[in-house]
Design a protein around this ligand. Structure first.
Ligand SMILES: [Zn+2]
Length: 256
């Protein structure tokens, strides 16, 4: 288990995967949100004065108590529906986002989900370039989408370094942000990502923000833009969970 080392104060960052017209098939991994729900969530953020920022900007601002309300929007895996369904909604609200690309499956499919989820086409080089031209930032989501917490040093190096190189060659600019598939980490995996030259990395629902394990609210689990969404946006469920962990620690200490 990776132990966080560099804590960063809470800021809002949200995870999405697919954006669709209708959620028709069972969605056990909470991968899909409708464009309408996304629109409602972003409308809420806009109305509350949130500005969408690059993850590194958010980290830089996090320690500044005077900062404006900021949100980091992320879309994992690079499904082509990012172009057709997410981008128009983002543009409507004048928001940007980071698309997390699996470098070994550019124009490929979500083969890591084979047998568990629908096989879908992933963004190709032209899509990625078009997204970048439209102001979307590109992050690396590894080369083959493995649970990196279980890999040895050689495989980790290839996942972290090769994916960075592929994306940098494609876009001709640095790729400073990594995103761990499944949020799976280990000490070794984090070291590989640092050594590959990334400046920060996302996990999923980590207990707190760590520079190489930034935590994200699951926009799909927030289920639209109602009470659950407002609670998650406020950081309520992190405070609650951390409070729960504190209570558990206290109880352990009280044990005779
Ligand atoms: Zn993923």
């Amino acid at each position: 288990m990776y132990q966080p080392t560099e804590n960063i104060p809470w800021f809002l960052s949200i995870m999405y995967h697919r954006v669709v017209d209708r959620i028709e098939t069972p969605d056990p991994y909470h991968l899909s949100i409708t464009a309408q729900q996304l629109d409602a969530q972003l409308s809420y953020l806009k109305a509350k004065g949130y500005e969408s920022v690059h993850p590194l900007t958010a980290i830089e601002n996090a320690r500044n108590p005077q900062r404006k309300k900021q949100v980091v929007l992320t879309f994992d895996d690079g499904y082509t529906d990012f172009m057709t369904h997410a981008l128009p909604v983002l543009q409507k609200h004048d928001y940007s986002a980071m698309a997390m690309i699996v470098s070994g499956q550019i124009s490929g499919r979500n083969v890591w989900d084979a047998g568990r989820a629908e096989q879908l086409t992933l963004m190709g080089p032209a899509d990625i370039k078009e997204a970048r031209s439209a102001g979307i930032w590109i992050g690396s989501h590894s080369k083959t989408h493995p649970a990196m917490g279980r890999l040895d040093a050689d495989s980790l190096r290839s996942e972290a370094t090769d994916s960075r190189r592929t994306l940098e060659d494609l876009l001709g600019e640095p790729i400073p942000v990594f995103c761990f598939p499944y949020g799976s980490q280990s000490e070794l995996a984090v070291n590989a990502v640092k050594e590959a030259g990334y400046e920060a990395a996302f996990g999923i629902e980590q207990r707190q923000h760590d520079l190489f394990g930034l935590t994200r609210v699951d926009g799909v689990k927030a289920n639209g833009a109602g009470l659950n969404w407002r609670f998650r946006v406020s950081g309520g469920h992190y405070r609650l969970r951390n409070r729960g962990a504190q209570v558990k620690r206290m109880l352990r200490q009280l044990k005779p």
